[in-house]
Design a protein around this ligand. Structure first.
Ligand SMILES: *Cc1c(COP(=O)(O)O)cnc(C)c1O
Length: 229
C-alpha cells in the first residue's frame, strides 16, 4: 500500500464518524509528506521543534501542523507564529509561555492538555489532579491568548487490549467531567486526541475524536530506497 492508499483508506474509516486524522510525520522526509499532502491530507503532527520548523518552511503553507511532543519553554517562540495546535501542554509554565508569545504575535493558540494515563514512567503529561489544579488556577484564567480545545493522552505500550481500553475509558470519562465543570459554555472544548497506530481502533471505540497515526499512514520506513514505488 502506498502512502496515498493509506490516507484514502484511513479517511474512509474516520471521516464518516468525524474522527480527525493527524498524520504523524516525524522522521519522514519532505517527499513522503508531500505524497500524503497530494492525497488530500492537510493535518500533520511532529514531535521535534527544529524538524517541525524546517518542514514548515519547505512544505505548502496550507498544512496544519500540530506539535505532539514535549515542548521546552525556550523553544515556544519558534513555533507560535505558524503552529495550528500544541497537543502536548504539560505544565502551567509552558501554557504561560505560549500565551506570552501568542500575544506578541497577536494570535490565539489552540492547545490540548496532555494527560498522563499510561502505566509507564517515561511519558510526559499532567496527572488528573494536576490538570484540574491548572484549570482552577488564577494564572490560567488570566491567560487570554491560548485556547484549551481538549485533552491528549498516550496509552501504555502493551499487548493487553484490556489495559489500553481501560486507560482510554478513564481519559474519556475525565474529558467529559472537565467539559462539564470548566467548559460547559464553550463548544470549542471538543477535542479528545487519543489513539496511535497500534491502538487507534480501541481509542475510537472509547470516544476519541482525533487519532495520531505515523506507521499506519507512512508505513514502517525500513530501507525504503530498496522499494520500487
Ligand atoms: C510517534 C507518535 C505517534 C504516532 O505513532 P505511530 O505508532 O507511528 O502511529 C502518535 N502520538 C505521539 C505523541 C507520538 O510521539
Amino acid at each position: 500500500m502506498s502512502i496515498a492508499d493509506n490516507i484514502k483508506s484511513l479517511k474512509n474509516e474516520t471521516d464518516p464518524i468525524k474522527v480527525r486524522l493527524v498524520a504523524v510525520s516525524k522522521t519522514k522526509t519532505v517527499e513522503e509528506i508531500k505524497e500524503a499532502y497530494d492525497a488530500g491530507q492537510r493535518l500533520f503532527g511532529e514531535n521535534m521543534v527544529q524538524e517541525l520548523v524546517d518542514k514548515h518552511e519547505q512544505l505548502p503553507k496550507d498544512i496544519k501542523w500540530h506539535l505532539i511532543g514535549h515542548l521546552q519553554t525556550n523553544k515556544v517562540k519558534y513555533i507560535v507564529p505558524f503552529i495550528s495546535m500544541i497537543q502536548s501542554v504539560d505544565s502551567l509554565k509552558l501554557l504561560q509561555e505560549i500565551d506570552k508569545h501568542a500575544q506578541k504575535n497577536n494570535l490565539t493558540i489552540d492547545c490540548l492538555l496532555q494527560v498522563y494515563i499510561a502505566d509507564e514512567e517515561t511519558k510526559y503529561g499532567l496527572g488528573f489532579d494536576e490538570a484540574i489544579e491548572l484549570l482552577r488556577s488564577d494564572e490560567y484564567t488570566g491567560l487570554s491568548h491560548v485556547r484549551i480545545r481538549g485533552l491528549m493522552g498516550i496509552a501504555t505500550n502493551t499487548d493487553s487490549e484490556k489495559q489500553i481500553k481501560d486507560e482510554f475509558y478513564e481519559l474519556k470519562t475525565f474529558f467529559d467531567g472537565i467539559k462539564q465543570s470548566y467548559f460547559r459554555q464553550d463548544p470549542s472544548f471538543d477535542t479528545l486526541s487519543m489513539g496511535m497506530s497500534s491502538d487507534y481502533k480501541i481509542a475510537i471505540e472509547q470516544g476519541s475524536t482525533m487519532v495520531r497515526l505515523g506507521g499506519t499512514v507512512f508505513g514502517q520506513r525500513v530501507i525504503k530506497h530498496w522499494k520500487n514505488n
